[in-house]
Design a protein around this ligand. Sequence first.
Ligand SMILES: N=c1c2ncn([C@@H]3O[C@H](COP(=O)(O)OP(=O)(O)OP(=O)(O)O)[C@@H](O)[C@H]3O)c2ncn1[C@@H]1O[C@H](COP(=O)(O)O)[C@@H](O)[C@H]1O
Length: 87
Amino acid sequence: MKTFDGLFAELAERAATRPEGSGTVAALDAGVHAQGKKVLEEAGEVWIAAEYQSDEQLAEEISQLLYRLQVLMIGRGLTLDDVYRYL
Ligand SMILES: N=c1c2ncn([C@@H]3O[C@H](COP(=O)(O)OP(=O)(O)OP(=O)(O)O)[C@@H](O)[C@H]3O)c2ncn1[C@@H]1O[C@H](COP(=O)(O)O)[C@@H](O)[C@H]1O
């Protein structure tokens, strides 16, 4: 099963090799403003799911929020260690 660290490594590889058809490459190219909006959008969907939807729907929305946070991190050049040092 994919983990947070595993997904980050995969997205960093996408950023470095820029394969054709990658949604991550498109999201990175869209810039920090668009990336930030996606983070907010997914955070809102997590909130709604937590209040009104099933555990499965909530888990899916959380996975999308984690993905959008990782795209933002990679777009800004942050590593996992940059964040983990504050946990
Ligand atoms: N985990 C994710 C992931 N989570 C969410 N998303 C994207 O977020 C979208 C869902 O978000 P929304 O609810 O905003 O849906 P939407 O508005 O229809 O999406 P867009 O129009 O904004 O694409 C999905 O359709 C994906 O585009 C993801 N895209 C990719 N990944 C993983 O990232 C890796 C690299 O993916 P690629 O770069 O596409 O190869 C792979 O392991 C993927 O499984």
